[in-house]
Ligand binder design. Structure first.
Ligand SMILES: *[C@@H]1O[C@H](CO)[C@@H](O)[C@H](O)[C@H]1NC(C)=O
Ligand SMILES: *[C@@H]1O[C@H](CO)[C@@H](O)[C@H](O)[C@H]1NC(C)=O
Ligand SMILES: *[C@@H]1O[C@H](CO)[C@@H](O)[C@H](O)[C@H]1NC(C)=O
Ligand SMILES: *[C@@H]1O[C@H](CO)[C@@H](O)[C@H](O)[C@H]1NC(C)=O
Ligand SMILES: *[C@@H]1O[C@H](CO)[C@@H](O)[C@H](O)[C@H]1NC(C)=O
Ligand SMILES: *[C@@H]1O[C@H](CO)[C@@H](O)[C@H](O)[C@H]1NC(C)=O
Ligand SMILES: *[C@@H]1O[C@H](CO)[C@@H](O)[C@H](O)[C@H]1NC(C)=O
Ligand SMILES: *[C@@H]1O[C@H](CO)[C@@H](O)[C@H](O)[C@H]1NC(C)=O
Length: 421
């Protein structure tokens, strides 16, 4: 049925008020509001929207996008916030300014934005070609993108002091990846890391795309990344047949070793044709000064074929196989297959500083590259050059990310790297 734009707008506003009330009036949070949005916006607006340049969420769990004719609503299922994005050409853009604990409004396309760089994956903006509207960042030390470094050195980006709130409110949007902090009206959370699988995390490019009317590009990049990821996973499933190599992600922290449980890391192992250490074995932490712990840990490591050592260090450049073995603290290493077969890795191959590994930036928007690295670890071809994984046994060098390495026009979009499959 045809719905007039004015009716739609009135409906949305009524709805937004209703939500506010549902939350502030203390109604139980549930599916009610969600279904209501689906019902009211999606179905009535679907006919009015030009199909093809909307983004549909296929894999991600924690966000949804709803389209009206002159506005969009993003609902973030992790922090419960909704953003009303109104087109700059619409009347709503000048009339409507929501800033409640649950609803905020933004005028799109954003003319400029800033980013809180702690644990933020800026590469999503690069894939969309939006770097030239990035005008401020909170720290240079936390940036792993060579082109952001270049923009900064060319004077296009200023460094913002996080403690001075008025510095952060000058932009059309200030993107943050920590939903806990207190927020001003122009703050928008971007939370790909809340998702459990590599592809779900990568799909958050669609979330950012809506702020710039870049749905077409966001869909295109995600489709390319996903197709390449699935192709690699399919080919990998055939490479290891009878016994899948056992892969362990480990970290040494404060005198103790532990196995990583992050679901997306375990998913990389499965998709690369490897096998994770059984949950019944890898629950505990192992204190490397307690002999029984050392013994147990030693025994488990004897069953492992591939190790990814995630141990944090302030000096990755001097972290080598000896550092790893010292922390393990066992004399007899003869049973360590990952040493004899040269499959001990760290994900710090590309970094700008000890705190800015590209594994926490570019790898999130392009998971097909991590999968390709993991496949090389699980079934080595010997001739694939990994992107993020550094082979400790082979003493692979670290690449230091520098502004001079930015080899494209910063106003153009970064193309995703498609791995031969
Ligand atoms: C979608 O966007 C692309 C690129 O901007 C454009 O060429 C195409 O015509 C648009 N499609 C629709 C249905 O609006
Ligand atoms: C809306 O945004 C577009 C793209 O940034 C810009 O060219 C245009 O001038 C803006 N229009 C208004 C009314 O602000
Ligand atoms: C940031 O602002 C705070 C509070 O105004 C100030 O104490 C601090 O020195 C500033 N930091 C830098 C690096 O300028
Ligand atoms: C960002 O864009 C808004 C809206 O166009 C403008 O008012 C503001 O001055 C811009 N901020 C900066 C820091 O350029
Ligand atoms: C995987 O192996 C099966 C059975 O041997 C074969 O039919 C299939 O084509 C292979 N797939 C790929 C992607 O190589
Ligand atoms: C490890 O064991 C030592 C010796 O028992 C103890 O002093 C230390 O606190 C333990 N470390 C942790 C992190 O529990
Ligand atoms: C590892 O690094 C340490 C300190 O930098 C150095 O003394 C040692 O020779 C290195 N070991 C290997 C195997 O490269
Ligand atoms: C890499 O090695 C494999 C197996 O040895 C071979 O089939 C493939 O052609 C090689 N690829 C390149 C790019 O050399």
């Amino acid at each position: 049925m045809w719905t007039s734009p004015r009716f739609l707008m009135a409906t949305l506003q009524a709805m937004l008020l209703l939500w506010t009330c549902m939350y502030t009036c203390g109604a139980t949070r549930g599916r009610v509001d969600y279904d209501m949005i689906e019902g009211l916006i999606s179905t009535s607006a679907a006919a009015a929207v030009k199909v093809g340049n909307i983004s549909k969420v296929e894999d991600a769990v924690y966000f949804q996008i709803y389209y009206g004719q002159t506005f969009k609503v993003i609902k973030n299922g992790f922090d419960g916030k909704s953003y009303l994005l109104s087109q700059n050409t619409s009347r709503m853009a000048s009339r409507t300014k929501y800033c409640t604990s649950r609803i905020k409004s933004f005028v799109i396309p954003l003319s400029n934005y800033s980013v809180d760089t702690s644990f933020f994956s800026i590469s999503f903006f690069e894939l969309l070609g939006l770097l030239t509207s990035l005008k401020g960042i909170t720290s240079l030390d936390l940036v792993a993108s060579q082109c952001v470094l270049k923009l900064y050195s060319d004077g296009g980006i200023e460094i913002l002091n996080k403690s001075e709130t008025q510095q952060l409110t000058r932009f059309s949007a200030h993107f943050i990846s920590n939903a806990e902090q207190s927020q001003s009206c122009n703050f928008a959370t971007f939370l790909p890391n809340t998702e459990d699988t590599p592809l779900q995390r990568a799909e958050w490019i669609k979330y950012l795309g809506t702020f710039a009317n870049m749905e077409f590009r966001a869909n295109k990049v995600y489709d390319a990344v996903k197709a390449n990821y699935l192709c690699l996973a399919k080919a990998a499933a055939n490479k290891t047949t009878s016994f899948k190599p056992v892969v362990a992600w480990l970290a040494f922290n404060d005198g103790e070793w532990s196995f990583t449980q992050d679901p997306y890391k375990l998913k990389y192992v499965e998709d690369a044709g490897g096998e994770n250490i059984d949950k019944s074995i890898n629950k505990a932490t192992y204190n490397n000064t307690i002999p029984d712990d050392c013994e147990d840990f030693h025994a488990i490591l004897c069953t492992v074929d591939v190790v990814v050592d995630e141990t944090y260090t302030s000096d990755p450049w001097h972290y080598n196989v000896s550092t790893f073995l010292q922390n393990i603290n066992v004399e007899d290493r003869s049973c360590f297959a990952f040493i004899t077969k040269q499959s001990l890795w760290r994900y710090d191959k590309r970094l700008q500083s000890a705190n800015s590994l590209d594994f926490f930036d570019g790898a999130i928007s392009q998971p097909q590259l991590v999968l390709a690295d993991m496949i090389e670890a699980v079934s080595p071809s010997g001739n694939y050059t990994t992107t993020y994984f550094r082979n400790l046994v082979k003493e692979e060098a670290i690449t230091n990310i520098k502004p001079e390495m930015c080899d494209r026009d910063v106003s153009s979009a970064l193309e995703p790297t498609i791995v031969d499959c």
